[in-house]
Design a protein around this ligand. Structure first.
Ligand code: SF4
Ligand code: SF4
Length: 210
């Protein structure tokens, strides 16, 4: 759309940036609509590209790997046995712990090797962890918080419009992300930070109405 004039979407919010505890809140956290995950409908589409893991998590996953195999897809087990569960290439991002090396988890037949691909299974790391009470040690942080993430000092929403759950046109009637992803935001900002966020959003909304 070469010469199209980009229309600014009216979100009912003023354009001033919200900052909570030194963290800049991307406007999409407030304006974008997002429903609770419906795994049956989306078939775990966000797990089709693998996920980022660092040295510490890699070590933990390796420790549990033999017990994860029976829960994984056969073809994923064969691939992991042959090549390991993550790519060799190193992924670098300015805000990642530089003392750790980061890689992407491998994909097998268009799905993360740890995706069991059934609604009762889903992420093998999560399922296994729930059974053995090792919640935050195995599943990558980025998977817990998706579709939001803290990049440096910015709390952002991933731009992945091909995912139906992040496609604005399909989610007009859903609540905004800052409401749906309350728990994930609390993980980043704390309960007091979340309360501050709600307060600032309320003020923005009422000043936009004046
Ligand atoms: S974030 Fe989207 S694609 Fe991923 S599980 Fe939730 S609804 Fe499905
Ligand atoms: S580690 Fe689990 S949640 Fe993350 S992409 Fe793989 S299957 Fe999905």
């Amino acid at each position: 759309m070469k010469n199209a004039v980009k229309k600014k979407r009216n979100t009912g919010l003023s354009s001033s940036v919200i900052i909570v505890k030194g963290i800049r809140i991307a406007k999409e956290i407030i304006s974008k609509k997002f429903s609770q995950c419906d795994l049956h409908a989306c078939k775990h589409a966000c797990c089709h590209q693998g996920a980022l893991v660092g040295t510490k998590r890699i070590k933990e996953i390796k420790k549990h790997l033999p017990k994860l195999f029976p829960m994984m897809r056969q073809e994923a087990v064969a691939l992991v046995k042959r090549k390991g569960f993550h790519l060799d290439s190193i992924y670098s991002r300015f805000d990642l712990n530089q003392g750790h090396v980061h890689h992407y988890i491998r994909v097998c037949k268009n799905r993360c090797v740890f995706l069991a691909y059934d609604d009762s299974g889903g992420c093998v790391l999560q399922k296994y962890a729930a059974k053995h009470n090792v919640k935050y040690v195995l599943k990558p942080d980025g998977c817990w918080s998706f579709p939001i993430d803290l990049i440096g000092n910015r709390l952002v929403v991933y731009k992945w419009d091909k995912l139906p759950c992040l496609n604005d046109a399909k989610n007009k009637n859903s609540p905004p992300i800052y409401k749906t992803c309350k728990n994930e935001i609390i993980d980043f900002l704390g309960k007091d930070g979340y309360a501050q966020l709600l307060d600032k959003v309320k003020k923005q909304l009422s000043s936009a109405k004046e």
